[in-house]
Design a protein around this ligand. Sequence first.
Ligand code: SAM
Ligand code: FES
Length: 346
Amino acid sequence: ANEINALVDRLREQRNLSDAEFKTILETDAYDAALQKAADEVRRTHYGTDVYVRGLIEFTNYCKNNCYYCGIRRDNRNVTRYRLTKEEILSCCAEGYDLGFRTFVLQGGEDPFYTDDLICEIVAAIHAQHPDCAITLSIGEKSRESYRKYFDAGANRYLLRHETADPEHYGKLHPNELSALHRQACLFDLKDIGYQVGSGFMVGSPYQTTENLISDLRFLQKLQPDMIGIGPYITHAQTPFANEKSGSLELTLRLLSILRLLFPYALLPSTTALGTIHPQGRELGLKAGGNVVMPNLSPVRVRKLYELYENKICTGEEAAQCRGCLEQRVKSAGYEIVTARGDVKR
Ligand code: SAM
Ligand code: FES
């Protein structure tokens, strides 16, 4: 027990460990209790019991990409595709604002229908109506010029998970037309332009090794992102990975705690995917070090159509119901949702 506490204390103080030490911690449950306790203490030091909410608007499920793990990949002919208009997106934001949301996340497949001009028009309109809110984009890999245009139009934050830092593993999850290094370069462009940047990875994706996870931690140490989104990989039957296993709750929680200790200031969402693999997944994610939740603000009629993975939760509930439900869940875990933009505290 002493050795366990000593290693966790060192992780907390040095904000680092050797590869061999990370491997030890990652491959056993022996450290989990100590990791969670330390992670919760660190989150309380920096963020108290505050939990930030982000209103997620899934505005298109068209995608030109073909990631092997993703339910809305272009080759999935069974998906009913949809797009939201600017007006529909604005009404999601208005509803969200009344419910206390001060950050809106526009996420979608990579859909060329939304030209740079259209994205800028949408961002500018949200910014004009809600000048006190942060606008986050999560629309994939674009040119530096495009990222700059969105930023100038009023976008403040950008979420782009690196998915897996190891190029060889990346190649097993994506067709050749996509590359790990290009995705990573996008993240450095975004940071350079001035966005608050979020990266992250899937836990338990097919072929993932402990060494891959250590590469993910090393990549994040280089990038120093403001937000880190991780969640379990969850199988979708209409993908090439139909027969692969989903990632586990335990490993995701373990990584959340490690991330909190490595990046005390980070905004760490307790994700919908975590809530999907376990009924109390999001509460457990908060207790393991998470401090953000991202309820869905998309119109209920499109919720089921943005199916990245199977059995996604909250697809039948109105925004207000989700907000109320989460409020209770966050409280039951010992934290509190606050009405705030929730910028990173560096
Ligand atoms: N197109 C944008 C992009 O690629 O960054 C944003 C949308 S993409 C669907 C959002 C995230 O969903 C990805 O970063 C990926 O980590 C996650 N995702 C996709 N399929 C998943 C699955 N089967 N299980 C868990 N997460 C998945
Ligand atoms: Fe959506 Fe509980 S958070 S219904």
